[in-house]
Design a protein around this ligand. Structure first.
Ligand code: SIN
Ligand code: MN
Length: 266
């Protein structure tokens, strides 16, 4: 899948592009059918909220689950990023953010490149997220909030927040966020399950807690140009990957063929 010229200029101008319903309900179903079986596992990749129960993030599910492995090589996700980054990409990080009903905690104001540069020594902001909604995202269940255009300010000063949530993050101070919002405003892209959100790694974003009875599961592929691979291996391999092999994309119907293979007796 390729972005058109209008989408490319929107990305450069605003720092993100929202693509409604890129994946069908059947394709989303192939992925959501796996979630319970992943979240109930006792493994380090399942990072829990402060309550110690609900999964906050599952890292690297593409390395241990067939359906997510296919999503990590899906042409509708990988090709637009290759197009914007101008070449082959590898998977820097892969995460399923559950943002569980009632229990899903905040993600503080941050830039992803802030963490990738400081913790992993990623040289340049030649990487980005492409996210897939596995639930409908509404104003109630903790949507992402973006400051349009904030990616143009480059990597901003940040502090390492080890306390607010269970997950350490390089976060921005209130004055910086207020200044950027004053200039760019705020948006919270919402839409049906299967929608895709692509955003620049310097775009300033956060998400509020989910106090609603509806979960807000979003999968993030953080893709990096192969020449721009990380130089420091401080974080576990399943958080910041060390395999810099270019992703080889699968056929467009790879999720549906997996569903069919499962129905066909061996
Ligand atoms: C993130 O910014 O890395 C996650 C935010 C979210 O899933 O709400
Ligand atoms: Mn982020």
């Amino acid at each position: 899948m390729k972005l058109n010229d209008a989408q490319i200029s929107e990305f450069h101008d605003r720092g993100y592009v929202f693509l409604p319903e890129v994946f069908s309900a059947d394709e989303v179903g192939v992925l959501t059918a796996e979630l319970e079986g992943i979240f109930c596992q006792d493994r380090p990749e399942n990072f829990r909220e402060k309550n110690g129960k609900s999964v906050r993030t599952t890292f690297a599910a593409h390395t241990f689950n067939d359906a997510f492995e296919r999503l990590g090589r899906h042409p509708r996700l990988v090709e637009p990023v290759m197009q914007l980054l101008g070449g082959p990409v590898y998977m820097h990080q892969f995460k399923i953010n559950a943002k569980a009903a009632f229990d899903g905690d905040v993600w503080q104001w941050h830039q992803d490149f802030g963490t990738w540069a400081r913790d992993d020594l990623m040289p340049e902001p030649r990487a980005m997220n492409i996210a897939v909604f596995l639930d409908d995202v509404t104003e109630f269940n903790g949507p992402l909030m973006f400051i349009p255009g904030s990616h143009k300010d480059g990597k901003l000063e940040a502090g390492h927040d080890l306390e607010t949530t269970s997950y350490p993050l390089w976060t921005l101070d209130k004055e910086t966020v207020a200044r950027l919002v004053d200039a760019g405003g705020l948006v919270a892209p919402k839409g049906k399950a299967g929608s895709v959100l692509l955003f620049h790694c310097n775009l300033v974003h956060c998400s509020p807690a989910n106090l609603s009875p509806w979960s807000r599961t979003i999968v993030y592929l953080s893709l990096c140009h192969v020449d721009n691979h990380i130089r420091q291996f401080k974080r576990p391999e399943w958080i910041a990957h060390r395999d810099f092999t270019a992703i080889d994309v699968l056929p467009d119907d790879c999720l549906l063929t997996l569903a069919r293979e499962r129905l066909t007796p061996a």
